[in-house]
Design a binder for this molecule. Structure first.
Ligand code: 1SD
Ligand code: ZN
Length: 302
């Protein structure tokens, strides 16, 4: 039908025929050529990237047929600073991209190298727009935090999602989240201990002082550095509305956890399995990198 797309027959190279925005000059993902990144330390670190995600905001886990996605109620969440300056963004949802094996799966690549997966936290600009849909059409409407996944040890917070995935094994299935899932714990940052929060000075180094949580309205700040550029949604309709912020540090998830992702079905329960399409499992749900063109890739932090 008119707005059908996938990662198989109607894969990324065909998207432009139905979704003209996919042919634009501000598309995502891109390859990050680390030698050609512009260090913009002063401009970016004058306002550290900061966020807050109450664990209660994660409401339901969904299988839309092409990934898993956690929808939030946005309540009490925010992201600000860095390339976003003073605009405040709210967390709408987070989801993941992965491969058929551990050697591929990320959308962005670093010096041509793919990771086993890529987690996306999708935010919208509440300072300028009234709804997610309105923000998704604006050039500064969305901000996506990207985290690379590497195979290693089991990730505890990710395991809460992995344990729920069997309940949404088929397309369009949804399960309510009862055990709180904290998306902040999926980010590759040194966290504060319960009740305390270390603070970061403006040149992005950890300060000695451990400040009590009640003194700090932010949950976390970035410490490890990130790459940032202006791009698009990586799925149709590929709106050019995203400020991308990719953490330089990856997180580890286990091979077993990725295999649980790879067991999701892209067809609804009760429908016939499209056996000619890898038995209808959700794998390789990533868009390959597109040209950076004349866009600037900036970095912040070590
Ligand atoms: O892939 C997601 C897609 O699922 C949808 O959530 C969209 C936002 O409406 O975002 C893209 S992505 O660009 O974050 N990969
Ligand atoms: Zn994504």
């Amino acid at each position: 039908s008119k707005d059908e797309w996938d990662y198989f027959r109607n894969g990324p190279s065909t998207w432009v025929t139905k979704f003209p925005m996919a042919a634009g000059s501000r598309q995502s993902p891109v390859n990050i050529e680390t030698k050609r990144v512009e260090s913009d330390h002063e401009a970016l670190s004058s306002k550290p990237l900061r966020w807050k995600y109450p664990a209660t905001a994660s409401r339901k886990l969904v299988n839309p047929g092409y990934c898993w996605r956690v929808d939030t109620d946005g309540e009490g969440t925010f992201l600000s600073g860095g390339p976003l300056m003073d605009d405040v963004y709210k967390l709408e949802q987070y989801h993941c991209h992965w491969g058929c094996s551990d050697s591929r799966g990320s959308e962005h690549t670093v010096d041509g190298q793919a990771f086993a997966g890529e987690l996306h936290l999708v935010h919208w600009n509440t300072s300028k727009y009234k709804t997610f849909a309105e923000a998704a059409k604006a050039s500064d409407g969305l901000a996506v935090l990207g985290v690379f996944l590497k195979v290693g040890k089991t990730h505890e917070e990710m395991d809460k999602i992995a344990r729920l995935l069997p309940y949404v094994s088929h397309k369009d299935e949804v399960v309510g989240i009862t055990e709180p899932i904290d998306p902040g714990k999926l980010l590759p940052v040194r966290g504060g201990r319960a009740g305390t929060q270390r603070c970061v000075n403006p040149c992005m180094r950890w300060a000695d002082r451990i400040i009590p949580r009640h003194e700090n309205k932010w949950d976390f700040q970035d410490d490890n550095g990130y790459w940032t550029y202006l791009g698009s949604l990586t799925t149709p309709p590929c709106n050019e509305s995203v400020t991308w912020i990719l953490f330089k540090k990856y997180i580890e998830v286990s091979h077993h956890q990725l295999n649980i992702f790879r067991n999701l079905r892209k067809f609804p329960r009760g429908e016939e399995c499209p056996c000619h399409e890898n038995h209808g499992v959700v794998i390789n749900n990533f868009r390959p990198p597109l040209p950076l063109g004349n866009r600037v890739l900036r970095e912040c932090g070590s």
